[in-house]
Design a protein around this ligand. Sequence first.
Ligand code: UDX
Length: 453
Amino acid sequence: MNHMRIAMIGTGYVGLVSGACFADFGHQVTCVDKDADKIAALNAGQIPIFEPDLDRLVEANVRSGQLRFTTLLADAVSHADVVFIAVGTPSRRGDGHADISFVYAAAREIAAALRGFTLVVTKSTVPVGTADEIERLIRETNPGADFSVGSNPEFLREGAAIYDFKHPDRIVIGTENERARSLLADVYRPLSLNLGPLMFTTRRTAELIKYAANAFLATKITFINEIADLAEKVGADIQDVAHGIGMDKRIGSKFLHAGPGFGGSCFPKDTRALLKTALDHDSPMRIVEAVLTVNENRKRAMARKVGAMLDNNVHGKKIGVLGLTFKPDTDDMREAPSIALITGLLDQGAIVQAYDPAGMEQARKELPDITYCRDPYACARGVDVLVIVTEWAEFRALDLHRIRREMARPAIVDLRNIYRPSEMLALGFRYEGVGRPMPRKARERAALETLCN
Ligand code: UDX
């Protein structure tokens, strides 16, 4: 295998994970970021994000000399065979389009520093046509440069990022240039040797694959969430419905967990950006449009679901929230369903206390008006209802007798269906999941109320 010299521009989530994994493949990787504090911290061995095993991977590869961090873009680029652009592409204020100004700024800086043939590759999620524009910008900035531009979108999930990077279902490479193809094949050689999941296509196709994949997954989640609402009304069990349809290989069992709606740094932003692209090209996407609206409404509707458990008497009630991050194994709060839920409850006059294993520091910025607890039991103390919002492993193994003793009233709303209704009822809780029937609900509830009075 040829060891590549790689410059990774942007040391955020995707950049840091990809950079560390490429270094682990044996390449020589320089991660670049404008944020001098972040680079100083990384050089001192501190990892700015919460991601399982990332600290060990970074440390091992820094020690072996495969991985380094710098603010000096020009230096890293001039020595690189391949330059990846992994800077952020947040939602632009106002129109929901991806803000690609950071990508273009990076492209201009890269252009000025190119030495010898260099492949420039977008790893950030960028709208269709961005690679063409980068090519134009580089040519304009540095007409003599010898380069090619490719697209290589990243599909890793937060919380499982290293595993996903090293075990991808596919690696999508968009380039029409033979030299670029063979360079990227070398970059990914350690992965393609195993299973050969490399897929070559055009740049625009690669760019669209990324958006289509995320929009499809977001649709799948939203679809099962709406079926869950119907299941509640008709007395069917969404877990069994998901299982029953998921066994059909054409459908597949993944991403069929009903819950409080999707959040995170990708699905909301990327579906919005895809809609904008569709609009610009006069190619309406009604399904994706509906997915976004339904999902936004759903997050807020979760506050009503909790309210229903309190007989719509939320004012002055104490509510415990377990889990704040948009999913487990991350500290990421971006577009987390917990934000809409808690804000909705506060608007109705509730007093909210919460616990999250990793997200509380981030959460304080979004939710300053709630109390943060030291553990799940403190979070259950004195509450009228406990709401499970994120399915962290530690919430699956709670001492439920202790939880019940801590609570003022034993009522649980489980927005991730991590517990079985029958078990919870047997333990003496009023319990409400998502999309699951409560055949004995009325009976149990009456029995409990007699018990509590
Ligand atoms: C996602 C994509 O999975 C990844 O391929 C892409 O590159 C970036 O966006 P990520 O945002 O890290 O990754 O998380 P993911 O595990 O996909 O979950 C996204 C959201 O959907 C979470 O809020 C999660 O709770 C929710 N979800 C997921 C469900 O509600 N039900 C499911 O069945 C799956």
